[in-house]
Design a binder for this molecule. Structure first.
Ligand code: CLF
Ligand code: SF4
Length: 500
């Protein structure tokens, strides 16, 4: 039966925290890993923060059904476990999915990973999911396979996952306490019946934990995603992090809840708030004491295509793919050459002993900087940036903190002005909004910035800096930090004398 086509609209960093993002003197964020594991993660854009600058992933939306209900999900939208809650443009049959993967792999040779992440739960659609993996491992053996699940059916499919050489599995685990679970999951569908509340949450948690153990005992790399829901599971996620680490999870990805009333989710309608950037970072830092944290997640759509943070899905709709002439044999040769070239570059980067900043007086405070970057360099015009990468520079070095999404407003390189307002009745311009999302940052590095944003950034206490265009990001951040240190502004200032 032809699957229904659902319409399109929108909406849910890296291992080792500091060490993985290259601060301090660690020469290689993956160096501590055994060789066979390193080989699995070094070109996976989600499992390696370094790799995500160069390698792309794609998702095929072959899994429409789900077997649980999360309060942050509306079935019309992408799975919030892995995606922004935007509905997928096209649901695909396994045959269509294979055609799409081959076309994307030929056009985007940097694409190394195929994931199935929704829009429902892949393991609630086992026939479609495993048919896709089966065909793909035969026709495109150079592509890594990845799957994301809520974990309810995981124990029963662990062998099947291993059989298909699916090396990377993400389980979304939001809690290990059924009472907290009942506030997140109103029901699950289990053994042909709907089970509500605490009992449903208890079964889900048990299955997730069993599934995690089953995968790690088979040598499969497991990443755990958790949605941070303030007042519900935010404090509890520290315990989750400890437990999943003890059971062998490789990476923990704490993502912010996205809850907007227009998405029609329970949390959206109940006005459950999302965490602030500061709250998210604080929790990620606390969990990082226990295990490797991912900080570069972009909460992708279930049909995302391209580098993390970019979406090229529109270039690969089925009507366009149907008229493409794909020679996969030739594409494989090209893909290998491109991968080899990137790996040489990455190996060189990984071999570099990253220096600490020099000339920093003792007691200097850290500084947050926003970077309009691409492919590891300061590359974007301020008004063209779709997101800013946030780095912290401190006497210990430079570390990646996360990213903040912008709304584009710039009309062109020469007219970097205030652009469109957000909408009728709203007073904040897009430029003002973008400056607001950079709150807490003291510097923004970009390739170019216009006069008006320059003035507004300065007025907001954020120094614009266009002097490091096309330089590697971490080097540029370090140089700027050293420059600020030279002014003496990083040292504690004497307290202002109070006038009686
Ligand atoms: Fe997709 Fe997920 Fe595999 Fe990555 S996404 S199935 S592990 S290939 Fe990556 Fe996207 Fe975050 Fe997921 S950035 S939402 S963590
Ligand atoms: Fe939605 Fe995914 Fe939760 Fe299912 S597991 S309800 S698809 S967020």
């Amino acid at each position: 039966m032809e699957l229904p086509v659902i319409s399109s609209s929108a909406p849910a960093a890296e291992g080792g925290g500091c060490s993985s993002s290259g601060c301090g003197t660690a020469p290689d964020a993956l160096a501590h890993l055994p060789e066979h594991i390193r080989a699995k993660v070094q070109d996976h854009p989600c499992y390696s923060e370094q790799a995500h600058h160069y390698f792309a992933r794609m998702h095929v939306a072959v899994a429409p059904a789900c077997n649980i209900q999360c309060n942050y999900c509306n079935r019309k939208y992408d799975c919030s476990n892995e995606s922004r809650p935007g509905v997928v443009s096209e649901l695909l049959t396994p045959d269509q999915a294979i055609k799409k993967v081959m076309a994307v792999a030929a056009e985007i040779p940097q694409m190394t990973v195929l994931g199935i992440a929704g829009p429902g739960d892949p393991l609630a659609n086992p026939a479609r999911t495993f048919e896709t993996f089966q065909q793909l491992s035969e026709k495109a053996p150079d592509i890594k396979l990845c799957v994301s699940t809520n974990g309810l059916n995981l124990p029963q499919y662990a062998d099947e996952i291993a059989k298909h050489n699916i090396d990377h599995v993400t389980i979304t685990i939001n809690c290990v306490d059924p009472e907290i679970g009942a506030k997140i999951y109103p029901w699950i569908y289990w053994e042909n019946k709907r089970i509500f509340g605490i009992e449903g949450a208890r079964i889900l948690i048990e299955q997730q934990q069993k599934g995690l153990e089953a995968l790690t005992s088979r040598g499969i790399l497991v990443k755990v995603n958790s949605v941070m829901i303030p007042g519900v599971n935010d404090e509890h996620l520290k315990e989750v992090s400890k437990i999943v680490k003890a059971k062998g999870a490789f990476l923990h990805n704490v993502m912010p809840l996205i809850a907007e009333a227009e998405h029609g989710t329970y949390y959206g309608l109940m006005e459950q708030r999302s965490p602030t950037d500061e709250e998210l970072q604080a929790l990620q830092d606390e969990c990082a004491g226990d295990m490797s944290m991912m900080r570069h997640c972009r909460q992708c759509r279930a049909d995302a295509v391209g580098l993390l943070g970019e979406d090229r899905g529109d270039e690969f709709t089925m009507d366009k793919i149907d008229v493409m002439d794909v020679d996969y044999e030739a594409a494989m040769v090209r893909r290998k050459a491109v991968h080899d070239e990137i790996m040489v570059k990455l190996d060189a980067e990984r071999g570099i002993v990253k220096p600490k900043p020099t000339g920093i007086p003792e007691g200097s405070r850290p500084v947050l900087m926003a970077v309009a970057g691409k492919n590891g360099v300061v590359a974007e015009h301020f008004g063209h940036a779709k997101e800013f990468l946030i780095y912290e520079a401190s006497p210990d070095g430079v570390r990646f903190i996360g990213h903040r999404k912008t709304e584009l407003y710039c009309g062109g390189m020469d007219s970097c002005g205030d652009g469109d307002v957000v909408g009728a009745g709203e007073t904040e311009s897009l430029l003002d909004r973008n400056i607001r999302i950079l709150s807490g940052c003291e510097v923004v590095l970009c390739s170019k910035v216009g006069y008006e944003p320059w003035a507004k950034l300065e007025a907001a206490g954020i120094a614009p800096n266009g002097e490091h265009a096309m330089e590697p990001i971490e080097e540029a951040v370090m140089k700027v930090y050293e420059d600020i240190a030279a002014t003496g502004k990083l040292l504690p200032q004497p307290e202002t004398l109070k006038v009686a």
